[in-house]
Design a protein around this ligand. Sequence first.
Ligand code: CA
Length: 225
Amino acid sequence: MKKILLIEDEYAMADAISDALDFHGFAVTHADSAEEGEDLLGKEAFDLILLDVMLPGRDGFDMLHAIRARGITIPVIMLTARGEEVDKVVGLEIGADDYVTKPFSNRELVARIKAHLRRTSNDQVPQEFTFGDIRVDFLTHKVFCRDEPVNLTSTEFAILKLLIRQRPEVVSRERILNEIWGYTFCPDSRMVDTHILNIRKKVESDPHNPDFIKTYHGVGYRFLG
Ligand code: CA
């Protein structure tokens, strides 16, 4: 049974989400603040986090920043209210995997959760790949730069793996959205672009002039090397 940590301060919303996920066979643990959520993450292993952006005290972004800094790489889906569009890029930049905007249907939320869990559990390939100073271990999902660990989130890892697997083919944004997030339409191309930027910052020696992850303008990205 997959374990989901739900961090949401509105009890009615938290109850509705917990019931729906319980019905679909997930084990949900609810925390009503960032502090309680972080405390739980220190005690238990979870498969995915649903993180409300607007929380009393420390907000969702602050918590996201803190957990990524701790090296926790499991998928994080942010829950936002309508009108918080501006905040989306900020969240993606600090390591969110996806967004769901309230009010959302249970069906949509479950689809998003399943897409992320499927991707993180089913894509084991027993091999290694090296480029430049970077070594990617597909078995342990770890990345190293001259033997120093590089912390990629699970989504960043999956995108890098997709580009390496398809090299030197150009992989379109639509295909990345579909394979990584399960989208069949493009909700926001910045989802992909921001993740690519984050990956470049971690694996390219000059992220603004990348040697390996190249932009193919108007289409998508390709891995060369
Ligand atoms: Ca809230």
